[in-house]
Write a protein that binds this ligand. Sequence first.
Ligand SMILES: [Zn+2]
Length: 77
Amino acid sequence: MLQSVDLGVFLAFLVGLAALILFGLQAWYRRDAILSDHRRLSSAFSCARCGLTYVRPRRREEGVCPSCGWNNVRLKF
Ligand SMILES: [Zn+2]
């Protein structure tokens, strides 16, 4: 059965829906920014001894290879 809905209630519903969508998008983009930030902040290494490529969290100039223990210098792009 169709019910007559007050125009004010309908408009409030639309505004609430729009706010919810905007909030969702904002949260999504913030999550994306955090992820790309994390990627930029971690350091990549390529082992000179065994050829393994690995990543260490945070910015650092040297990282020990998890496979053979060789200390490698960070890859620069
Ligand atoms: Zn290695």
